[in-house]
Ligand binder design. Structure first.
Ligand code: SAM
Ligand code: SF4
Ligand code: SF4
Length: 357
């Protein structure tokens, strides 16, 4: 039961920012990914390849008011950028209401990562509620291949969602593509052209050995260097665009002017500048995508501890952070799937689709 001792689901001014929290390596807490639901309507082979999944209990899922209370506590520790994710975030009813609540908080950024199957009918309402940026996951332009990958014949809905987003006038529209060797590496040139046609920047992501990727094998990773080589072979030399900063993607520009990005978490991770953490739909806070355990914020929130204490817990949690999960994976002597399916069923929080990508 949500307790009113922790107050203020709708402040107009963000909570006073104490000195932005820094972790053991001096990395600031600036960005929070909030998974609003663990369920999904697709079954991407790199994320949810199994037949059955264990879902979070409904009673544990945070209400929007609870999420906003936590966002205030994170904002008090320096968080300025929020990304909503899942599971598939657009399966969460009335998502624009949450976005409107976030918009009242004067954050620097409110973004959404979505598979876009439902985006066409929601794009305008999301924009009007205050959503700034949209990232759509799209791994193939070929209908049959899309269906093989996701186990749903939904590519037309996804394309319609992308087009509706382009019309809705978001500050930025991006496409995320996970590149897998011998599956869709032959489409990266076409995807850049597709991005150009809809006004979206494409970001290519190396296939990652995250929790949930039970089919992951090193041979299936199509590396940053290979992606660059393929694109430059077709489009000509790409120039690097500034530094990556805290962002996960490196940005490049082609001679024709298009930009594209590469997220090389698997072969050359960027943990040293990582300012991101993740909140699951049931209120567990993970300091790293690869972290084994999370910090339970739902329990103190529902017990009704004062807002200041909640914020203090976040500050303490972040100050102890030593995580550099992707770098540790690179150093692992043998590299395979992070978890087997039995370990994932024991704790669904280990799943990428629960923790939020
Ligand atoms: N369902 C939404 C979607 O697909 O956009 C949001 C959640 S999904 C977990 C977020 C992102 O994680 C997607 O862009 C997806 O491609 C990425 N992802 C999932 N599993 C991955 C893996 N094994 N390697 C790289 N990226 C992965
Ligand atoms: Fe695919 Fe996203 Fe669903 Fe995972 S959560 S299966 S990446 S659509
Ligand atoms: Fe950040 Fe962990 Fe990803 Fe490294 S592996 S970039 S520390 S979330």
């Amino acid at each position: 039961m949500f307790c009113s001792l922790v107050t203020a689901p709708s402040p107009t001014v963000p909570a006073a920012v104490r000195e932005a929290a820094a972790d053991v390596y001096g990395r600031p807490l600036q960005s929070l990914r909030i998974s609003v639901i663990d369920r999904c309507d697709l079954r991407c082979a790199y994320c949810m390849p199994e037949e059955d999944y264990a879902w979070l209990p409904k009673a544990d899922i945070l209400t929007f008011d609870e999420i906003l209370v936590l966002v205030d506590a994170f904002a008090a520790n320096g968080v300025r950028r929020i990304r909503l994710t899942g599971g598939e975030p657009l399966l969460r009813a009335r998502l624009p209401d949450l976005i409107a609540g976030l918009d009242e908080r004067g954050l620097d950024d409110i973004a959404l990562t979505t598979n876009a199957t439902q985006l066409a009918r929601h794009a305008r309402a999301l924009r009007e509620a205050g959503l700034r940026r949209v990232t759509v996951s799209l791994d193939s332009l070929k209908p049959a291949r899309f269906e093989t990958l996701t186990r749903r014949a939904a590519i037309d809905d996804v394309i319609a969602g992308i087009e509706a987003s382009a019309e809705a006038g978001f500050e930025s529209l991006k496409i995320n593509t996970v590149v897998m060797r011998d599956f869709n590496d032959d489409e990266i040139v076409d995807l850049v052209a597709f991005g150009r046609s809809v006004g979206a920047e494409v970001r290519f992501i190396e296939y990652m050995d995250v929790g949930g990727a039970t089919l992951w094998q090193p041979e299936r990773v199509y590396s940053r260097e290979e992606i660059l080589e393929r694109l430059q072979g077709h489009y000509g030399p790409a120039s690097a665009e500034g530094g990556r900063g805290n962002a996960p993607a490196e940005s490049f520009r082609l001679p024709s002017g298009e930009r594209f990005g590469i997220i090389s978490s698997t072969t050359s991770p960027f943990c040293g500048s990582c300012d991101r953490s993740r909140l699951t739909a049931d209120g567990l806070w993970y300091l790293c995508l690869y972290a084994r355990d999370g910090i339970d914020l739902r329990e103190p929130l529902r017990r009704g501890i004062p807002a200041e204490e909640l914020s203090q817990r976040i500050a303490e949690g972040w100050s102890r952070r030593r995580d550099r999960g992707a770098e540790e994976r690179v150093r692992a002597p043998v590299r395979g799937a992070l978890y087997q399916i039995d370990e994932l069923r024991q704790d669904p929080h280990r799943e990428m689709h629960t923790r939020g990508g």
